[in-house]
Design a protein around this ligand. Structure first.
Ligand code: NAD
Ligand code: TYD
Length: 341
């Protein structure tokens, strides 16, 4: 079995590659990753000499690159993680790269999968395509798509292209929509690693707005096991929501992190809100639980502890990813951000 994993040097992709290579001795993975700021080969240094892991440093939004990868390797299944993935970048730097990778890239992969007779196409999507919830309820797979920021809009566009490829060309496809991930190797632009990194340096922890926006948090390894289950056993043409039933306000997460790191709450700084900031996400994941017998393995508390421990143990990794361009990015996004109000 040979998988094409795109974006396999990023946060979730590298955790998935690790999960697959350690769980299935017979598997081969072609890892197609252009290595943007978010792609990091250090994430997979343990598999540097593993012949089952082949890196292709190529762009999913380039027809030539996609064709070259499909021509060089006989691919059984595509698992598409490659994406521009950060909402704040889509708002403050621009949506163009998001459209290229998250929309155009997906169509090019779908076309190549069709031409080369790939058995299954797994699209890694997100709960953000559903937009925002009021105080009650959860997203189900039937919730209409209503994205509120450019990142989410491009991911919704991709989901529709995957659906169309299935309906019109009979591509065997499955889409997973997962809630907010956390865990080892997450780039410190997202809430949990950013707060850990800042707290370790006694820097302010920038909480957007009133800190009461709710996200449904899942440990990345549980997400990877869910993708594995959908890839192997999911019904063709279906969408599967993935979540851990742990929906809590951001402020609570930040306070828990400070407690685990033995740092004071006075580091919290409420800053100007994100434009179009979705108020609440919560996932109904009963479909994957009932149909595929998937369930998360760690409690949120244990997973958060394991994550903090990982960042403490991997200070060199953190130092590397925060050097260079990261500094400029941080200044641009937070330097001129006023206080909440
Ligand atoms: P990430 O930003 O950490 O990694 C993205 C990877 O894709 C990087 O390695 C990057 O180099 C690569 N990439 C970007 N553009 C590319 C291109 N044009 N060609 C080839 N490679 C390219 O992202 P992540 O957090 O690991 O997310 C992975 C996927 O999961 C994304 O599709 C995202 O939408 C989805 N998702 C993420 C979350 C989350 O909480 N992080 C939740 C649900 C779904
Ligand atoms: P993030 O990790 O960017 O994920 P997403 O936007 O995909 O949900 O943000 C998670 C939540 O944390 C979101 O409500 C925005 C908030 N947030 C902050 O309050 N401060 C920050 O510095 C960041 C990056 C996020």
């Amino acid at each position: 079995m040979r998988l094409l994993v795109t974006g396999g040097a990023g946060f979730i992709g590298s955790n998935f590659v690790r999960h697959m290579l350690t769980s299935y001795p017979e598997i081969e993975i072609v890892n197609m990753d252009v290595l943007t700021y978010a792609g990091n080969l250090e994430n997979l240094s343990a598999f540097e000499d593993d012949e089952r892991h082949i890196l292709e440093r190529r762009n999913i939004a380039s027809e030539e690159d996609v064709e070259s990868v499909f021509r060089s390797h006989e691919i059984d299944i595509v698992v598409n993680f490659a994406a521009e993935s950060h909402v704040d970048r889509s708002l403050h730097i621009g949506a163009e790269a998001f459209i290229r990778t998250n929309v155009m890239g997906v169509q090019l992969l779908l076309d190549a999968a069709r031409v080369h007779g790939v058995q299954r196409f797994v699209q890694i999507s997100t709960d953000e395509v559903y937009g925002s919830l009021g105080p009650e309820g959860q997203f189900t797979e039937q919730t209409p798509l209503a994205p509120n920021n450019p990142y989410a809009a491009t991911k919704a566009g991709a989901d529709l292209l995957v659906r169309a490829a299935h309906k019109s060309h009979g591509i065997d496809s499955v889409i997973t929509r997962c809630s907010n991930n956390f865990g080892p190797y997450q780039f410190p632009e997202k809430l949990i690693p950013l707060m850990i990194a800042n707290a370790l340096e006694d820097k302010p922890l920038p909480v957007y707005g009133d800190g009461m926006n709710v996200r449904d948090w899942i440990y990345v390894q549980d997400h990877c096991q869910a993708i594995d289950a959908v890839m192997r056993k999911g019904r063709t043409g279906e969408v599967y929501n993935i979540g851990s039933d742990h929906d809590v306000p951001n402020l609570e997460i930040v306070k828990q992190l400070l407690a685990l790191l033995d740092k004071p709450d006075s580091l919290i700084q409420f800053v100007e809100d994100r434009p179009g900031h979705d108020r609440r996400y919560a996932m109904d994941s009963s479909k994957i639980r009932d149909e595929l017998a998937w369930t998360p393995t760690l409690s949120f508390e244990d997973a958060l502890k394991a994550t903090v421990h990982w960042y403490l143990e991997n200070d060199e990794w953190l130092e590397h990813v925060r050097s260079g361009a990261y500094q400029g990015y941080y200044e641009m996004l937070y330097g001129e951000r006023g206080p909440a109000g």
